[in-house]
Design a binder for this molecule. Structure first.
Ligand code: HEM
Ligand code: HEM
Ligand SMILES: [Fe+2]
Length: 481
């Protein structure tokens, strides 16, 4: 049996390389996501911008699909990255994994090109199969859906077989079980029904049960792994937290699904179920937050008792992103989610810019942050750096990205607030009310600020890429000097 991994110890070059292939595509798609967001944001202010060339519907669709896809790439990459460290063996089926990578990447490219070249047209059985399936966030046509299922089966097999072959840590047990749920849920978004309530009902199984249950557990396992690697956190402690979080996340997240069943034609008992369980969802998010800080404090305490200065983080950019994740998850998902989760509130906020504010803060806070942290782990490994220190560029990247997204969140919250008061409360939520509210200064100015903050976010992204391209070489040179 192998001993537990230590900080600074990376195993399994082939799996790591495969993981890095996924990371690279993830970053490119992240950039594409932001560019699409900027186009859509400008269209809020100048509605004629790129009209009939690149319509809002398309820019928005590519923006959020690229978001989901880059995160899935970064997640698969992270699993391949950590597998050998946790199990002590190289991933089985590396060749198959590489093949799956290329198939997936080719499919994603074709899907995006079709989205861009076929922007309008009627929805038919053929368009569902070849062009666009029409479910927000999961618009990929059915041929691609089936391809994705095959690719994910290969990925899952690789993970599972490696787990069975090697050492089975608590982190990996949670990972393997959770991935099965995560992959299986995708199937709920694949079949077609012409009853819009039923369609929405199942669609939420993917969207909600991903981001509020399985993805959360996923980042829990990543944080546990990363904290062991970076600050040498005790495995027993992080794994204990992980199990508690799994229990709580599934407990509240599964029935919390009810907060999407308020107004889609599902039975009214969902009001109570959704209100109660979704209100409990912030509890595990607080636990995760405490988890990171507690582990850090505990390490410092042990070190002090042993009479030295304490665990020094061997990868400060990654650690900064992981700490930002603990804050961001709590803020974006916990607080901004809780704001509108009671039916009494949601009846006014439903589908306003308030929802968009929550969407940005939560996806960024809970997922973008920790996945960026994993990119830095990748750099540390690739260049064989013992202690990776934040550079000026790393700091600019984390500051501008976080400040930009927070700024967008605040601007959109103001726009949403105005919609709640004018469009919903005062004018009664009709078609006309929607347009009146869109023209009021609070709304227009908020959209302007969101665009400015979007540019700030994009500059942060440029710093991030620049840093990822240079920090490894610099650190290596410094290490050898
Ligand atoms: C990281 C976790 C989360 C992510 C990524 C996330 C993301 C999102 C997104 C993108 C939407 C908009 C969906 C659409 O287009 O219709 C949404 C809706 C919503 N979320 Fe979350 N969310 C998270 C956690 C939470 C939590 C913990 C709560 C409650 C405590 C919550 C409450 C809601 C509610 C009530 C809606 C419906 C908004 C409406 O009626 O327009 N979310 N979420
Ligand atoms: C350059 C920065 C960005 C800009 C300008 C931008 C802009 C936009 C725009 C205009 C929309 C459409 C909103 C609507 O339909 O009302 C949107 C939707 C969305 N964006 Fe962004 N975005 C940016 C970055 C991000 C980031 C970093 C994330 C998450 C990591 C993100 C996640 C989302 C989500 C989840 C939605 C759907 C929200 C919903 O359904 O309510 N965006 N974005
Ligand atoms: Fe939800």
């Amino acid at each position: 049996m192998l001993t537990s991994i230590k900080t600074n110890e990376f195993r399994g070059d082939k799996s790591k390389e495969l993981g890095m292939m996924y990371f690279r595509v993830a970053i490119i798609l992240f950039g594409a996501q932001l560019l699409m967001g900027l186009i859509a944001a400008i269209q809020f202010i100048v509605p004629g911008f790129l009209f009939e060339v690149f319509d809002f519907s398309v820019a928005r669709m590519v923006h959020i699909n690229a978001l989901v896809v880059w995160m899935l790439y970064a997640m698969i990459g992270s699993v391949y990255f950590m597998l050998p460290d946790e199990t002590g063996v190289e991933t089985v089926g590396i060749g198959l994994g590489k093949l799956a990578f290329w198939v997936l990447t080719a499919a994603v490219t074709v899907v995006v090109l079709v989205f861009i070249f076929v922007q309008v047209g009627s929805g038919t059985e053929t368009s569902i199969w070849l062009i666009n399936e029409g479910r927000e966030y999961l618009e990929a046509p059915r041929w691609a859906d089936i391809g994705i299922v095959v690719v994910v089966l290969i990925f899952y097999w690789n993970t599972f077989a490696t787990y069975m072959k090697g050492q089975r840590t608590g982190i990996m047990t949670v990972m393997v079980a959770n991935l099965m749920a995560l992959a299986g849920l995708y199937l709920a978004g694949m079949f077609f029904t012409d009853n819009i309530s039923m369609d929405q009902f199942w669609w939420w199984w993917v969207i909600h049960l991903w981001v509020e249950a399985t993805w959360e557990v996923f980042v829990g396992t990543l944080a546990a792994y990363a904290l062991i690697k970076i600050i040498g956190a005790k495995r027993e402690i992080v794994e204990m937290w992980l199990w508690i979080e799994v229990l709580m996340l599934f407990g509240s997240g599964i029935l919390g699904l009810g907060h999407h069943y308020f107004w889609i034609g599902t039975p009214e008992y969902w009001w109570e179920i959704g209100a109660l369980f979704s209100s409990l969802e912030p509890v595990p998010l607080i636990a995760m937050f405490v988890h990171v800080l507690y582990d850090w404090g505990k390490e410092q305490g042990i070190a002090k008792a042993e009479g030295h200065k304490g665990a020094v983080a061997n990868n400060t950019p990654a650690l900064s992103w992981i700490v930002t994740n603990a804050f961001g998850n709590f803020l974006g998902a916990g607080i901004w989610g809780f704001f509108h989760t009671l039916p009494q509130v949601n009846i006014y906020t439903h589908g306003t810019q308030f929802t968009a504010a929550h969407g940005h803060l939560s996806f960024f806070g809970a997922y973008a942050t920790i996945l960026i942290g994993m990119f830095y782990m990748g750099i540390q490994y690739a260049y064989g750096i013992e202690r990776l220190k934040s550079t000026f560029k790393s700091k600019m990247a984390i500051f501008l990205l976080t400040f930009g997204v927070l700024g967008m969140g605040v601007a959109l919250t103001i726009a949403g607030y105005e919609q709640v008061l004018v469009e919903r409360a005062e004018l009664g939520a009709g078609w006309n009310a929607f347009f009146v509210a869109q023209d009021l200064p609070w709304y227009v100015q908020a959209q302007l600020w969101r665009t400015i903050m979007g540019v700030v976010t994009f500059v942060g992204f440029i710093y991030l890429v620049w840093d990822l391209l240079t920090i490894g070489k610099q650190a290596k040179a410094a290490q050898e000097a």
